[in-house]
Every structure is written in structure tokens, then in C-alpha cells.
Design a protein around this ligand. Structure first.
Ligand code: TYD
Ligand code: MG
Length: 460
């Protein structure tokens, strides 16, 4: 008889479990990600069942229900006190949901969650903040920066998740923050905190708590590149909502992006500014992103991108310079590198620009990451403007998708983009000709529809 296995191999990217080591994970195709870890206790993975197969481990009997029996009342949303966060969540928090907040260390995850806890507590909702990383003193210092705290907000410095679960069952808070999942451990598995199976087991336990008690649970997860510590990738499949906090640590603003949301759309972003006294919402990100725009410089073009339902104006910069080596260098910061290469090939082939002896650097100002195809025309315009050293009029906004034969294709929500540009004082808009019919009111803006890249370049 085969000996019962004590360990197994887990993929640190996706959590795939295998009895033997493999160089490549068959599930997510990542290389060298399998790590050996002890298995969970047998009682959890393979429960012995008697004749009463429909009885759960905890003695309850399973009973399927019809649609009429399901009430929708539990999906009442709870405000977080930040409109930017509520929108990313899909108009507020859902009771009993599991929200993962990921991001680099020092980006502000603990800060924003502490601010949310403070808002919830101020409205009388009991909240528990569990920190496995910082001492109570450190938390108090941070709380001192974000302002006075009132209401039922309590703290716990602990990493033993089984004990924390007991506290949650007893206190029944409306929301719990677990900061961070990589520091938590449960008895069910013997591997170290932060390992794939430990992170998986802990999240499973938190999920049971959230669904069983209707507690909203925020889980903080650090993003790490090494395979040793389980990144939030493993968790993403288990939780309801995944939010990523991004931005340059050295700049002051932060972007909260949802990459998965069972209760809302996934393309919304929230913009915040890190100040001395915590995070502040930025409700006018376009103004923020266009701040400090150079006047009359070549290679800078204002574009309009949609982030979910909100139009964002931003500056696309390009620098095209003669290459000193045989191989020209191309870089893209904040946008897709391959897309930039493709657009340069279109310029060479369709517009006869000799770009093969030139280095090209493309950057989205402000550290934003934007990959919407509607930015294509602005990238092309910025490249040509820098190549010919001719500035583009600074009151002009450009958007449109560029196809392989140099045609400019229609984009979605042209109307919203034009009104945002008008609101910020732009006077001219270069957009796909196919979109012209759908723009209802230009309000004094000059609208120039173009159907290919050549036409657009002639206009600029
Ligand atoms: P933190 O929330 O601890 O980051 P994380 O939990 O994601 O690791 O944020 C730490 C950074 O934020 C730190 O560099 C200090 C800065 N900060 C401010 O600028 N203002 C503030 O009010 C607070 C609380 C932090
Ligand atoms: Mg932290």
C-alpha cells in the first residue's frame, strides 16, 4: 500500500497542487514556481462521511432552494466614506464579502484601511483591525496622523488566525481588516506563515467567517516577486474583490484599481493623494494629471482615456532621437511596449517616416498605466511631433484607435471624452471620423474627424 503523503508541491503563482515536482506548472504555465510544502491535516481535506451524505461537517443538512426563496436584502451596500473607493467597489461594500487589497510595501494599504475603519466606526459600526506586522504603538502613531478616532474601533496585534477567528465569532464586528495575510498562520497546516498552503488555508478560514457571519473582511497582501512567499495571486481566485493599490512611492498620488469584482465592474479606478495626514480623494484626476504640463514643447500630446465610466485627460510624451548604435532603442513607460512598436511600424510603412535610425521613448506623464487603444492616435501624434520637432497646439485633445493599415477606428464613449476636454478648457479635438456623428454637443469645440493617420498628421 502506498504511504500517505506528508507533503505536496504547490505552484506559488496559481496554487496548483501536484504530487511530484514539475519544472512548469501545467495550470498557469509558469516556470520554476513549484515549491514543496506540508499537506493540510487529513481531516480537512478528506472528511469521512457516513450514510447521511447530505449532512455537512458541522451537522447541518443541505437543502437546495428555488430562486423565489433567495432574498436580495443581504446585498445592501455599506459606504466606506470615500467616494473614490465606493465606486471602485461598485457603490460600496457588500456585507460578508472578502476584499483583497494588494500592493507594494509602503504604498499606503494600511493607511487607507485604517481610514476606512475610522469612517465606519464613526458611523457606529463595530470594526476590528488586526495587525500582524506592526505593534499597537505604531498603529497609534499612524492613527494620530489621520485624525481623531471615535466609535467602536478596536485593535489586535496577533498572527494566530485560529485565535483571531474566535474573537471575530464572539465580537461580531461589521468589518475586519487582516494586515497582512502573509503574517497569519493557522494550526491546520504546519508550513511557515506566508507559504502557499498557509496563505490558502488562512484565506479559506476567513472566507468561512465572512460568509457565515456576514462580516466584511479586508485582506492585505504584499506583492513579492520571489517564489518563496505566496503572492496574492493564489488568493485572487478565492476572494470576491481584488483591489490593487499602485503609484510611484516617491510621488504623492495613488491609484486604486479593481482587477476582480464579483459585485461590480472591474475597470473603475480611484485616485488618492498621500498627504501628511493620510490619504485624500482626488475627484478631478484630469486636472491633477495635466498639472505642470510644459508649454510649447514638441512631443507632448494631450489624450483622453476612459477608465471605467470616467474620462481621464492625460499627457502622452515621446522623445525621438537619432540612434548612436545600429540597434535603435525603444521604451514605453506607462503603456504597452509592443503597441508602441506596432504604431512605429505603421508610421514607417503607411506614412513613410524613416524611424529605423531613431531611438524612441514613450511615456505617460504622471506615472499612470494606460493601455486603452484609444491612446494610439495620441502616441502616434507625440512621436511625429518629436520627430519633426514641431509642438502640437496645447489646447488640442487627441484620441482614436489606430489599425494596421493606418486607419483611425472609432472608440467608445466619444461624447464623454469630448465633454471632459471641454470642461477643462480645451478648444479642439481630433477624433475618429466614425465617432463624429455620435458626439451630441460640442459646445464651441472644434471637432476634426479623421479616418487615417495621414489626415491626422496633416491637421496637427
Ligand atoms: P503604509 O500604509 O504603512 O503602507 P503599506 O501598508 O502599504 O506598507 O504607508 C506608509 C507610507 O505612507 C509611509 O512612507 C509614510 C506615508 N504616510 C504619509 O505620507 N502620510 C500619512 O498620513 C501616513 C499615515 C503615512
Ligand atoms: Mg502596512
Amino acid at each position: 500500500m502506498a504511504k500517505a503523503r506528508a507533503t505536496a508541491f504547490f505552484c506559488s503563482e496559481c496554487g496548483y497542487e501536484s504530487a511530484k515536482w514539475m519544472g512548469q506548472c501545467p495550470a498557469c504555465r509558469a516556470w520554476n514556481t513549484m515549491v514543496e510544502e506540508p499537506l493540510a491535516a487529513a481531516s480537512r481535506t478528506a472528511p469521512a462521511r457516513g450514510a447521511a451524505g447530505e449532512t455537512r461537517r458541522d451537522g447541518k443538512t443541505l437543502r437546495p432552494v428555488s430562486l423565489e426563496e433567495i432574498s436580495l436584502e443581504e446585498t445592501d451596500r455599506m459606504r466606506t466614506g470615500f467616494d473614490e473607493l465606493d465606486r471602485v467597489l461598485g457603490s460600496g461594500l457588500v456585507a460578508g464579502s472578502l476584499v483583497l487589497v494588494g500592493g507594494d510595501p509602503g504604498i499606503g494599504k494600511s493607511t487607507i484601511l485604517l481610514q476606512v475603519c475610522r469612517n465606519l466606526a464613526a458611523w457606529g459600526r463595530p470594526v476590528l483591525y488586526v495587525s500582524g506586522e506592526e505593534s499597537l504603538k505604531q498603529i497609534k502613531l499612524r492613527a494620530g496622523r489621520i485624525g481623531p478616532v471615535s466609535g467602536p474601533l478596536s485593535f489586535l496585534c496577533e498572527t494566530d488566525l485560529d485565535a483571531i477567528a474566535q474573537v471575530i465569532r464572539k465580537e461580531r464586528p461589521a468589518a475586519v481588516v487582516i494586515d497582512s495575510i502573509q503574517t497569519m498562520d493557522t494550526e491546520a497546516v504546519s508550513s511557515a506563515p506566508g507559504s502557499v498552503s498557509q496563505v490558502r488555508e488562512c484565506t479559506g478560514l476567513l472566507m468561512q467567517l465572512a460568509k457565515g457571519l456576514g462580516v466584511t473582511v479586508f485582506i492585505v497582501g504584499h506583492v513579492t516577486k520571489e517564489g518563496v512567499v505566496a503572492g496574492p495571486r493564489v488568493l485572487e481566485h478565492m476572494v470576491d474583490t481584488v483591489l490593487y493599490f499602485e503609484g510611484d512611492r516617491h510621488a504623492s498620488y495613488r491609484i486604486l484599481r479593481s482587477v476582480k469584482n464579483r459585485f461590480g465592474s472591474t475597470n473603475e479606478i480611484g485616485v488618492f493623494e498621500m498627504r501628511e495626514e493620510g490619504l485624500h480623494e482626488v475627484s478631478n484626476p484630469s486636472e491633477f494629471l495635466l498639472e505642470g504640463r510644459p508649454a510649447g514643447a514638441s512631443g507632448a500630446v494631450t489624450a483622453c482615456s476612459m477608465e471605467g465610466t470616467r474620462p481621464l485627460l492625460l499627457e502622452v510624451q515621446a522623445l525621438v532621437a537619432r540612434s548612436s548604435f545600429g540597434m535603435p532603442r525603444r521604451t514605453a513607460a506607462g503603456t504597452d511596449y509592443n503597441r508602441v512598436n506596432l504604431l512605429m511600424a505603421v508610421l514607417e510603412k503607411r506614412c513613410r517616416y524613416e524611424l529605423s535610425n531613431f531611438d524612441a521613448y514613450v511615456n505617460i506623464a504622471g506615472g499612470m498605466r494606460m493601455t486603452e487603444p484609444a491612446l494610439d492616435l495620441a502616441i502616434v501624434a507625440a512621436l511625429v511631433s518629436s520627430y519633426r520637432d514641431r509642438p502640437v497646439d496645447e489646447k488640442t485633445v487627441v484620441f482614436g484607435e489606430v489599425g494596421l493599415s493606418g486607419e483611425v477606428r472609432a472608440v467608445s464613449m466619444a461624447d464623454q471624452r469630448v465633454s471632459e476636454a471641454r470642461r477643462l478648457g480645451f478648444t479642439r479635438c481630433i477624433l475618429p471620423a466614425a465617432n463624429l456623428g455620435r458626439v451630441r454637443q460640442a459646445g464651441g469645440m472644434i471637432l476634426d474627424g479623421v479616418s487615417n493617420v495621414k489626415e491626422a498628421m496633416a491637421l496637427l
